[in-house]
Design a protein around this ligand. Sequence first.
Ligand code: APR
Length: 245
Amino acid sequence: MKELIRRAAEDLAAAGNVAALTGAGISIESGIPPFRGKGGLWERFDPMEFAHIDALMRDPAKVWKVLVREMKEIVDRAKPNDGHKGLAKLEARDRLKTIITQNIDGLHQAAGNTDVIEYHGTFAWQRCMDCHKKYESRKVDISEIPPRCDCGGILRPDAVFFGETIPAKAMWRSRQAAVDCDLMLVVGTSAVVQPAAMIPVIAKDNGAKIIEINPERTPLTDEISDYLIMGEAGEVINRIVAAMD
Ligand code: APR
């Protein structure tokens, strides 16, 4: 690991345009469960029954009662960890330009990153399913489920459910960041969900170096990544930043 940390510090110092793709793994140390693997949300809830747009349209109260309320409470109390803070330090030192995150927790922005593309939307806002008016989640009273808009419509998280498309601007900007970067950090994603998992492939196709940070191997490891640093995001990113000093 020591050798790879030193190599990553050198690669980051030499890079011209750095982007990062992050997944649920970077927020585990903030108390937010991953989706897959041990303790993953999808071990407890069937995503097609609780996180698919058809399920939300069919029975919003059920989706709210089971998944949304639980996730909202966890996300509302979560704080950025060393992984998020380390990426913010890289931006502050002009060593990281854009973060493309699959996470809906807003922790990159809370850590201080200023260019964050929320590829799967966010839980920080709720949207009316009728008039599309938006409400800050923290201010939404969920004593009555599902919460309602002033127009009477049902509120839903402004996040992308299975069966929905990626917001066009996020898709376009992410593609641009992948094409333009010459180094991409891929942190804490199982890289099995499309189209997000294509982003490192696009970056690689355009000549970028891919550094993966994950305690486990992923489908990217042998095919796309230049190297994998097997460890937890908080510790690894902290050590890379320290090595750059
Ligand atoms: N640091 C870094 N990575 C970690 C850590 C850690 N401390 N702990 C676990 N991981 C890794 C796991 O090995 C796994 O590869 O994080 C990854 C989490 O994978 P998933 O739970 O599948 O999360 P993600 O890749 O973000 O899922 C993609 O799927 O369910 C949908 O919309 C949801 O955005 C989500 C998308």
